[in-house]
Design a protein around this ligand. Structure first.
Ligand SMILES: Cc1cc2nc3c(=O)[nH]c(=O)nc-3n(C[C@H](O)[C@H](O)[C@H](O)COP(=O)(O)OP(=O)(O)OC[C@H]3O[C@@H](n4cnc5c(N)ncnc54)[C@H](O)[C@@H]3O)c2cc1C
Length: 516
């Protein structure tokens, strides 16, 4: 699968260009540094004036809040490990657990929790609404998915690489690949889940996470559903701190306001790649000294053109790929949409009707929220800070149905947030990781994003790219995860059992000697 490397590759310092400074690009830089140490020189090109891409924060009343990728699952091992390596902390999620969660459609509020009695009452209502056995089966199914998915960490520690979604998923479990080939709706129907699980629970997960319906494919659907059964987490200083600190740790050179316009493999020097980039003052510069080029942003229909070109033969048809617009508003105002909801609790409302533009409305907590420091935050009536995800732009009328008229729009970002999965159900359309199959030197880290967009998937893809380059350069893979205490304990047990069997065997041998 990987084109062979050249013989003297181990002796020289590799020069690698990474395009994009989001979590994909910066994780790529980190893993490469981890595997190659001083034998690599990394340059990151970033067209905007800041690091992080879709991981972004904004300031309100001297506190920072998330406005891009905001939550992580407890099974996201790379992101967890980055936190340890980068000396970052998790945000206190206590308040979120006590939130009022509601489901609504065009007729109004269908179901809401109360956030009371340590959640016990809510759990009972939840079980009654969705059905105890159905929920149990649902949880078991997702646990199985998480278990299978988690195999990737061990595989990648041992150098596993993949070029296509099929190679990636079938290695984890052939079942996962089959699920990725059908819609989530059909996958759930095949498993005989009830209508409430399919059209309410699964529907809100998809609408909230990807602003799309349950027609998205089963794999990305499962990624969305994983968040429904576990407590999620975020970084105390903002998720953006991860890419920021990864660049420092990788010792990479970061060139901000530098847009790469052209990548080609046509250079006089064999195996080198050429890129053309535009600097802040409009100068176009060509650099053909890179051994590898890593593309760490999504390529789709609107990207390819005069602004960005790949000048070599590739089979991928990026013109079929589209991104989903998610209009993200931050509004400071008083909610009037559902007047019966208590105003002294954190509220998180989710739309289950794919035909309604507004997908979710939720009270925001600062990145560094702490139960102690923010004891009285939002306990008062009146204005609060809300984040709204909407598929369409909201006009004044829409806002006035949601908020009292003195609301203020604090932030608005029309994110090209994630791929349109409803239109990409078939993995044949998902581009490969290795774009130049004859040389394996131009690698597309965001290929996997077309199967599911989330921070952890970016990190998995980045590790894959680093493993591909290591395999090609004959560099041995190096463990990334620090051994856990229980691993040390089990390995100690293992060692002790080895010692005791050694003692027993030696004792036996010694006694045998004495016998003679
Ligand atoms: C509103 C929203 C909510 C989300 N919620 C979650 C969530 O809760 N949990 C989760 O895990 N994920 C979430 N995601 C998805 C997650 O944020 C993304 O999957 C992830 O951040 C993508 O990172 P990336 O580095 O691949 O791409 P990006 O973050 O998009 O980074 C790509 C970078 O490349 C730069 N670039 C592009 N073209 C060029 C060029 N030609 N030259 C130089 N630089 C270039 C861009 O400026 C950008 O900085 C969310 C995303 C959005 C938008």
């Amino acid at each position: 699968m990987i084109a062979p490397g050249d013989k003297e590759s181990n002796e020289k310092k590799l020069k690698i260009a990474i395009i994009g400074s989001g979590i994909s690009g910066t994780a790529n830089a980190y893993f490469l540094k981890h595997l190659f140490g001083d034998k690599v020189e990394i340059v990151i090109f970033e067209k905007s004036n800041s690091i992080g891409g879709r991981l972004a924060t904004y300031e309100f009343n001297e506190r920072m809040y998330e406005i891009g990728g905001s939550v992580l699952h407890p099974s996201n091992k790379y992101m967890e490990e980055f936190l340890k390596i980068l000396d970052l902390k998790k945000k206190d999620q206590e308040e979120k657990r006590k939130s009022i969660v509601g489901l609504f459609d065009s007729n109004g509020l269908l179901f809401n929790t109360t956030g009371n009695l340590f959640g016990l009452l809510d759990k009972i209502r939840f079980l009654r609404h969705f059905g105890f056995f159905q929920l149990l089966k649902f949880k078991k199914w997702i646990r199985m998915f998480i278990k299978n998915f988690s195999k990737i960490y061990r595989l990648q520690e041992h150098g596993f690489v993949f070029n296509t979604l099929e190679e990636f998923l079938t290695k984890l479990s052939p079942e996962l690949y089959i699920i990725s080939q059908k819609s989530l709706e059909n996958a759930l129907k095949d498993l005989e889940f009830n209508k409430r699980i399919i059209y309410e629970l699964a529907s809100i997960a998809c609408l909230t996470n990807y602003c799309q319906s349950i027609e998205i494919d089963g794999f990305v659907g499962l990624v969305s559903l994983a968040g429904t059964i576990d407590d999620l987490w975020a970084v105390e200083t903002g998720n953006k701190s991860v890419p920021t600190k990864l660049v420092e740790k990788a010792g990479a050179e970061l060139r901000l306001k530098t847009k790469v316009k052209y990548i080609s493999k046509d250079s006089q020097e064999s195996n080198k790649n050429s890129i053309v980039y535009e600097t802040e003052n409009g100068d176009e510069i060509q650099d053909n000294t890179f051994d590898y080029v890593i593309i760490a942003f999504p390529i789709f229909k609107n990207v390819i053109g005069d602004d960005f070109k790949l000048n070599f033969d590739i089979q991928e048809d990026f013109n079929n790929l589209e991104m989903q617009v998610t209009n993200t508003y931050v509004v400071y105002g008083e909610l009037i949409l559902f007047p019966n909801l208590p105003s002294d609790k954190r509220i998180s409302l989710h739309c289950i009707d794919p035909k309604l533009a507004c997908r979710s409305i939720a009270v925001q907590l600062p990145c560094d929220y702490s139960k102690k420091k923010d004891k009285n935050l939002y306990l008062n009536d009146g204005k609060k800070l809300y984040k709204i995800f909407s598929q369409e732009k909201l006009d004044e009328n829409a806002f006035e149905r949601i908020f009292k008229s003195d609301y203020e729009i604090i932030q608005f970002i029309p994110w090209l947030a994630y791929p349109k999965y409803e239109k990409n159900p078939n993995s044949k359309q998902i581009p490969k990781v290795i774009l130049d199959s004859d040389r394996s030197r131009i690698l597309y880290s965001n290929s996997l994003e077309w199967s599911s967009s989330c921070m952890e998937m970016c990190a998995i893809s980045a590790r894959n790219v680093a493993n591909i380059i290591a395999a090609k350069e004959n560099v041995l893979t190096k463990k990334f995860f620090s051994p856990k205490k229980d691993d040390i304990f089990t390995s100690n047990l293992h060692l002790m059992s080895k010692i005791s069997s050694f003692v027993l065997i030696s004792g036996f041998l010694f006694s045998s000697f004495y016998k003679i």
